[in-house]
Design a protein around this ligand. Structure first.
Ligand SMILES: [Zn+2]
Length: 261
């Protein structure tokens, strides 16, 4: 099983090597901003590397939004990041499921997802596969609870999207980790990547605060790290830790997952 980490975007290959990772994930631009990615001097090295590469889209991107001033720039940002991700040889571009605002119908957000992917297809298709990631919070999310995820997949499955399962988001979002791989695959038919994270918050808390697997908060209701390892085993997909602690913390989490394969 290929195991790795989400690292800083300055020098992902060096960061991955320092963590003894097989897989590396990073942003191509400020995750809180709308700037297009810049050309990377290490693009060729990344492409040529044996490392599996995944790119995470900025958090501001929300393809479900009913607000034109978010939805339209989100489509543009998606196209820019999919193009830039291809230049570094990425296997996937991770995009959060997104949400509509309080009081709005999630069905409208799901239809906005479909329209975004239809438009991208009409323009020749995206050069990197979009991996939709489940999210932790909000009552109006497209991919927090799996009943909504099933509706989302009915709308977008035909566009060849993949799925990224985040264990912290599932736990905090109110989906139990036991048998989760089977429940996801019954909906999506696939898991392309696992975000193997602990959670600093309890089940169904709606909070998105990642924790390590090795020095986890052991208060009642937190994730049992063995459950995270079981998800990685069952998924049969590459796994990335998006955990705190830099080289030391993430290396320990990677080693834990490897020891539990
Ligand atoms: Zn994640």
């Amino acid at each position: 099983m290929l195991i790795g980490a989400h690292v800083d975007y300055e020098d992902p290959l060096a960061e991955a090597t320092a963590r003894n990772a097989d897989v590396v994930q990073f942003f191509l631009a400020d995750p809180q901003g709308w700037k297009a990615p810049e050309t990377r001097p290490d693009a060729e090295a990344l492409r040529a590397s044996a490392m599996e590469i995944f790119v995470h889209a900025p958090y501001v991107l929300n393809l479900a939004s009913t607000n034109n001033r978010i939805r339209i720039p989100s489509r543009k940002l998606l196209a820019q990041h999919a193009a830039a991700a291809a230049t570094v040889g990425a296997r996937g571009l991770i995009v959060h499921g997104g949400h509509v605002n309080k009081g709005e119908d999630v069905a409208v957000g799901i239809d906005n997802w479909r329209k975004a992917l239809q438009q991208a297809q009409d323009k020749g298709g995206l050069p990197t596969r979009v991996l939709i990631e489940n999210t932790a919070g909000g009552d109006n999310a497209c991919a927090r609870r799996f009943d909504e995820l099933a509706r989302l997949w009915d709308a977008v499955g035909e566009f060849g999207v993949g799925f990224c399962l985040d264990t912290c988001h599932a736990h905090a979002g109110g989906e139990k980790l036991l048998d989760i791989v089977d429940r996801v695959k019954a909906i999506t038919g696939r898991i392309d990547l696992v975000h193997a994270n602990g959670s600093r918050d309890g089940f169904d808390s709606g909070r998105d605060r990642h924790d390590n697997l090795t020095v986890m908060n052991d208060e009642p209701g937190m994730i049992d790290p063995e459950l995270v390892a079981a998800v990685v085993r069952a998924a049969g997909a590459p796994a990335v830790v998006e955990t705190p602690g830099g080289v030391e913390g993430q290396s320990a989490d990677i080693a834990y997952l490897r020891a539990h394969q």
